[in-house]
Design a protein around this ligand. Structure first.
Ligand code: HPA
Length: 273
Protein backbone atom coordinates (compact mmCIF):
# COMPACT_ATOMS: atom_id res chain seq x y z
CA UNK A 1 0.00 0.00 0.00
CA UNK A 2 1.22 3.53 -0.77
CA UNK A 3 2.15 5.92 2.05
CA UNK A 4 -0.83 8.10 1.16
CA UNK A 5 -3.32 5.23 1.32
CA UNK A 6 -1.74 4.05 4.57
CA UNK A 7 -2.11 7.51 6.10
CA UNK A 8 -5.66 7.88 4.81
CA UNK A 9 -6.62 4.59 6.37
CA UNK A 10 -5.06 5.52 9.71
CA UNK A 11 -6.91 8.84 9.70
CA UNK A 12 -10.21 7.26 8.73
CA UNK A 13 -9.95 4.56 11.37
CA UNK A 14 -9.15 7.19 14.04
CA UNK A 15 -12.28 9.16 13.05
CA UNK A 16 -14.35 5.99 12.80
CA UNK A 17 -13.32 5.19 16.36
CA UNK A 18 -15.04 8.39 17.47
CA UNK A 19 -17.98 8.60 15.07
CA UNK A 20 -19.92 5.65 13.73
CA UNK A 21 -22.59 7.68 11.89
CA UNK A 22 -22.65 8.13 8.12
CA UNK A 23 -23.00 11.30 6.09
CA UNK A 24 -23.29 11.58 2.32
CA UNK A 25 -22.46 15.29 2.30
CA UNK A 26 -19.28 17.09 3.25
CA UNK A 27 -18.80 20.83 3.63
CA UNK A 28 -15.60 22.88 3.72
CA UNK A 29 -16.00 26.41 5.04
CA UNK A 30 -13.84 29.26 3.82
CA UNK A 31 -12.24 32.33 5.40
CA UNK A 32 -14.64 34.19 7.67
CA UNK A 33 -17.35 31.69 6.77
CA UNK A 34 -17.10 29.35 9.75
CA UNK A 35 -20.41 30.35 11.31
CA UNK A 36 -22.40 27.74 9.45
CA UNK A 37 -20.96 25.42 12.08
CA UNK A 38 -23.18 27.22 14.65
CA UNK A 39 -26.39 26.11 12.96
CA UNK A 40 -25.25 22.52 12.81
CA UNK A 41 -26.61 20.20 15.47
CA UNK A 42 -23.22 18.89 16.46
CA UNK A 43 -22.84 15.26 17.41
CA UNK A 44 -19.06 15.21 17.50
CA UNK A 45 -16.37 17.78 17.08
CA UNK A 46 -12.75 16.80 16.55
CA UNK A 47 -9.92 19.30 16.65
CA UNK A 48 -7.59 19.04 13.66
CA UNK A 49 -4.73 18.86 16.17
CA UNK A 50 -6.00 15.47 17.32
CA UNK A 51 -6.48 13.88 13.91
CA UNK A 52 -3.53 11.80 12.73
CA UNK A 53 -1.92 13.12 9.52
CA UNK A 54 -4.14 16.23 9.45
CA UNK A 55 -2.15 19.40 9.01
CA UNK A 56 -2.98 22.18 11.49
CA UNK A 57 -4.68 25.24 10.00
CA UNK A 58 -2.67 28.36 10.80
CA UNK A 59 -4.70 31.17 9.27
CA UNK A 60 -6.79 33.60 11.31
CA UNK A 61 -10.54 33.10 10.89
CA UNK A 62 -10.25 29.33 10.71
CA UNK A 63 -11.24 27.31 13.72
CA UNK A 64 -9.73 24.02 12.67
CA UNK A 65 -12.38 21.48 13.63
CA UNK A 66 -13.93 18.52 11.91
CA UNK A 67 -17.60 18.36 12.85
CA UNK A 68 -20.09 15.56 12.47
CA UNK A 69 -23.68 16.66 12.87
CA UNK A 70 -26.99 17.50 11.31
CA UNK A 71 -27.84 20.32 8.93
CA UNK A 72 -31.24 20.72 7.29
CA UNK A 73 -32.22 17.33 8.70
CA UNK A 74 -29.28 15.57 7.04
CA UNK A 75 -26.06 14.23 8.47
CA UNK A 76 -22.99 16.14 7.35
CA UNK A 77 -19.25 16.22 7.83
CA UNK A 78 -18.04 19.80 8.11
CA UNK A 79 -14.52 21.12 8.00
CA UNK A 80 -14.54 24.44 9.81
CA UNK A 81 -11.23 25.72 8.51
CA UNK A 82 -9.29 24.41 5.57
CA UNK A 83 -5.64 24.00 4.64
CA UNK A 84 -4.11 26.38 2.14
CA UNK A 85 -1.12 25.94 -0.09
CA UNK A 86 0.19 29.34 1.07
CA UNK A 87 0.51 28.02 4.63
CA UNK A 88 3.33 25.84 3.38
CA UNK A 89 1.45 22.58 2.95
CA UNK A 90 1.87 20.57 -0.20
CA UNK A 91 -1.02 20.38 -2.67
CA UNK A 92 -1.42 16.75 -1.55
CA UNK A 93 -1.79 17.83 2.09
CA UNK A 94 -4.38 20.43 1.08
CA UNK A 95 -6.33 17.67 -0.67
CA UNK A 96 -5.90 15.09 2.10
CA UNK A 97 -9.07 15.89 4.11
CA UNK A 98 -11.18 15.70 0.94
CA UNK A 99 -9.96 12.17 0.41
CA UNK A 100 -10.62 11.38 4.05
CA UNK A 101 -14.21 12.54 3.61
CA UNK A 102 -14.57 10.34 0.53
CA UNK A 103 -13.36 7.30 2.45
CA UNK A 104 -15.81 8.20 5.23
CA UNK A 105 -18.58 7.85 2.65
CA UNK A 106 -19.10 11.43 1.47
CA UNK A 107 -20.43 11.66 -2.08
CA UNK A 108 -21.26 15.35 -2.38
CA UNK A 109 -18.89 18.12 -1.37
CA UNK A 110 -19.93 21.72 -0.79
CA UNK A 111 -17.18 24.33 -0.67
CA UNK A 112 -17.18 28.00 0.23
CA UNK A 113 -14.48 30.60 -0.06
CA UNK A 114 -13.75 34.30 0.03
CA UNK A 115 -12.59 35.62 -3.34
CA UNK A 116 -11.65 38.78 -5.14
CA UNK A 117 -14.04 39.81 -7.90
CA UNK A 118 -12.52 40.61 -11.28
CA UNK A 119 -15.78 40.64 -13.22
CA UNK A 120 -16.77 44.34 -13.38
CA UNK A 121 -20.42 43.42 -12.80
CA UNK A 122 -19.62 42.11 -9.32
CA UNK A 123 -19.98 43.97 -6.04
CA UNK A 124 -18.60 43.30 -2.56
CA UNK A 125 -20.80 40.83 -0.70
CA UNK A 126 -22.07 39.11 -3.87
CA UNK A 127 -22.28 35.34 -3.88
CA UNK A 128 -20.83 33.71 -6.99
CA UNK A 129 -21.63 30.12 -7.88
CA UNK A 130 -18.47 28.61 -9.32
CA UNK A 131 -19.38 27.05 -12.64
CA UNK A 132 -15.81 26.32 -13.69
CA UNK A 133 -12.27 27.02 -12.57
CA UNK A 134 -8.82 27.90 -13.83
CA UNK A 135 -6.20 26.03 -11.86
CA UNK A 136 -3.13 26.77 -13.95
CA UNK A 137 -1.49 29.05 -11.37
CA UNK A 138 -1.52 26.50 -8.55
CA UNK A 139 0.03 23.11 -7.99
CA UNK A 140 -2.08 20.13 -8.97
CA UNK A 141 -2.74 17.83 -5.96
CA UNK A 142 -2.67 14.76 -8.21
CA UNK A 143 0.98 15.21 -9.20
CA UNK A 144 3.02 12.14 -8.39
CA UNK A 145 2.11 8.49 -8.45
CA UNK A 146 -1.61 8.04 -9.03
CA UNK A 147 -3.66 6.53 -6.22
CA UNK A 148 -5.52 4.04 -8.40
CA UNK A 149 -7.78 3.07 -5.51
CA UNK A 150 -9.09 6.63 -5.42
CA UNK A 151 -9.38 7.47 -9.11
CA UNK A 152 -7.95 7.45 -12.59
CA UNK A 153 -4.55 8.83 -13.67
CA UNK A 154 -6.01 11.42 -16.05
CA UNK A 155 -9.32 12.62 -14.63
CA UNK A 156 -11.83 14.39 -16.85
CA UNK A 157 -12.43 18.00 -15.76
CA UNK A 158 -15.18 18.94 -18.21
CA UNK A 159 -17.68 19.43 -15.41
CA UNK A 160 -15.86 19.82 -12.08
CA UNK A 161 -18.88 21.58 -10.58
CA UNK A 162 -22.09 19.59 -10.80
CA UNK A 163 -24.63 21.22 -13.13
CA UNK A 164 -27.38 19.49 -11.21
CA UNK A 165 -26.27 21.07 -7.91
CA UNK A 166 -25.90 24.48 -9.57
CA UNK A 167 -29.48 24.19 -10.85
CA UNK A 168 -30.73 23.21 -7.40
CA UNK A 169 -28.89 26.13 -5.79
CA UNK A 170 -30.34 28.58 -8.29
CA UNK A 171 -33.85 27.34 -7.58
CA UNK A 172 -33.28 27.71 -3.85
CA UNK A 173 -31.88 31.21 -4.35
CA UNK A 174 -34.94 32.31 -6.33
CA UNK A 175 -37.25 30.89 -3.67
CA UNK A 176 -35.42 32.69 -0.87
CA UNK A 177 -34.73 35.90 -2.76
CA UNK A 178 -30.96 35.50 -2.70
CA UNK A 179 -29.29 37.05 -5.71
CA UNK A 180 -26.49 34.98 -7.19
CA UNK A 181 -23.70 35.65 -9.62
CA UNK A 182 -22.12 32.80 -11.54
CA UNK A 183 -18.64 32.52 -12.97
CA UNK A 184 -15.15 31.12 -13.25
CA UNK A 185 -12.94 30.95 -10.14
CA UNK A 186 -9.23 31.32 -10.70
CA UNK A 187 -7.05 29.58 -8.15
CA UNK A 188 -3.76 31.20 -7.17
CA UNK A 189 -1.24 30.28 -4.48
CA UNK A 190 -1.27 33.56 -2.55
CA UNK A 191 -0.42 34.70 0.07
CA UNK A 192 0.00 38.04 -1.71
CA UNK A 193 -3.17 39.54 -3.05
CA UNK A 194 -2.84 40.24 -6.76
CA UNK A 195 -1.22 43.26 -8.32
CA UNK A 196 -3.36 45.47 -10.55
CA UNK A 197 -1.78 43.84 -13.58
CA UNK A 198 -2.52 40.35 -12.25
CA UNK A 199 -6.21 41.09 -11.56
CA UNK A 200 -6.44 42.45 -15.09
CA UNK A 201 -4.72 39.39 -16.54
CA UNK A 202 -7.01 37.03 -14.65
CA UNK A 203 -10.03 38.80 -16.07
CA UNK A 204 -8.60 38.71 -19.61
CA UNK A 205 -7.97 34.97 -19.21
CA UNK A 206 -11.62 34.34 -18.43
CA UNK A 207 -11.71 34.49 -14.64
CA UNK A 208 -14.57 36.18 -12.80
CA UNK A 209 -13.09 35.77 -9.34
CA UNK A 210 -9.74 34.86 -7.82
CA UNK A 211 -8.85 33.11 -4.60
CA UNK A 212 -6.30 31.02 -2.74
CA UNK A 213 -8.25 27.82 -2.15
CA UNK A 214 -10.87 25.45 -3.56
CA UNK A 215 -9.37 24.31 -6.86
CA UNK A 216 -7.05 21.75 -5.31
CA UNK A 217 -9.88 20.38 -3.16
CA UNK A 218 -12.17 20.24 -6.17
CA UNK A 219 -9.62 18.39 -8.29
CA UNK A 220 -9.07 15.82 -5.53
CA UNK A 221 -12.83 15.45 -5.05
CA UNK A 222 -13.53 14.94 -8.76
CA UNK A 223 -10.63 12.48 -8.96
CA UNK A 224 -12.22 10.28 -6.31
CA UNK A 225 -15.69 10.52 -7.78
CA UNK A 226 -17.42 13.17 -5.70
CA UNK A 227 -19.98 15.72 -6.88
CA UNK A 228 -18.84 19.25 -6.09
CA UNK A 229 -20.71 22.49 -5.52
CA UNK A 230 -18.70 25.61 -4.70
CA UNK A 231 -19.51 29.20 -4.02
CA UNK A 232 -17.43 32.35 -3.55
CA UNK A 233 -18.24 35.34 -1.44
CA UNK A 234 -16.85 38.35 -3.28
CA UNK A 235 -14.94 40.18 -0.58
CA UNK A 236 -12.98 42.72 -2.63
CA UNK A 237 -12.89 44.00 -6.17
CA UNK A 238 -9.42 43.46 -7.50
CA UNK A 239 -8.06 46.99 -7.09
CA UNK A 240 -10.31 49.07 -9.31
CA UNK A 241 -9.40 52.49 -7.99
CA UNK A 242 -6.07 54.27 -7.80
CA UNK A 243 -5.81 54.41 -3.99
CA UNK A 244 -7.55 51.15 -3.22
CA UNK A 245 -5.76 48.40 -1.22
CA UNK A 246 -6.87 45.01 0.11
CA UNK A 247 -6.38 43.61 3.62
CA UNK A 248 -7.20 40.24 5.14
CA UNK A 249 -9.35 42.04 7.75
CA UNK A 250 -11.53 43.55 5.01
CA UNK A 251 -11.86 40.14 3.41
CA UNK A 252 -13.00 38.61 6.72
CA UNK A 253 -15.44 41.46 7.38
CA UNK A 254 -17.05 41.23 3.94
CA UNK A 255 -17.28 37.45 4.28
CA UNK A 256 -18.97 37.83 7.67
CA UNK A 257 -21.58 40.21 6.28
CA UNK A 258 -22.47 37.90 3.40
CA UNK A 259 -22.44 34.79 5.56
CA UNK A 260 -26.16 34.57 6.49
CA UNK A 261 -27.10 34.24 2.78
CA UNK A 262 -24.55 31.49 2.37
CA UNK A 263 -25.70 29.66 5.49
CA UNK A 264 -29.28 29.70 4.21
CA UNK A 265 -28.25 28.50 0.77
CA UNK A 266 -26.09 25.65 2.09
CA UNK A 267 -28.75 24.58 4.60
CA UNK A 268 -31.46 24.45 1.95
CA UNK A 269 -29.15 22.76 -0.51
CA UNK A 270 -28.26 20.01 1.97
CA UNK A 271 -31.95 19.61 2.83
CA UNK A 272 -32.83 19.08 -0.83
CA UNK A 273 -30.13 16.48 -1.54
N1 HPA B 1 -7.26 37.56 -4.29
C1 HPA B 1 -6.93 36.34 -3.87
N2 HPA B 1 -7.53 35.73 -2.86
C2 HPA B 1 -8.54 36.37 -2.25
C3 HPA B 1 -8.92 37.66 -2.64
C4 HPA B 1 -8.24 38.28 -3.72
O1 HPA B 1 -8.53 39.43 -4.11
N3 HPA B 1 -9.94 38.01 -1.84
C5 HPA B 1 -10.16 36.99 -0.99
N4 HPA B 1 -9.31 35.98 -1.23
Amino acid sequence: MSDTMQQLQETVSYIRGLVSGEAATGIILGSGLGNLSNVIVTEKEISYNDIPHFPVSTVEGHKGRLIFGELGGKKVWVMAGRFHFYEGYTAQQVAFPVRVMRLLGVQTLLLSNAAGGVNPAFGIGDLMIINDHISLFTVNPLLGKNEDKLGTRFPDMSEPYSKELIKLAREIAVKHNISLQQGVYTGVTGPTFETRAEYKLIHILGGDAVGMSTVQETIAAVHCGMRVFAISVITDLGIREEENTITHEEVLQAAKEAEPKLTLLFTELVKSL
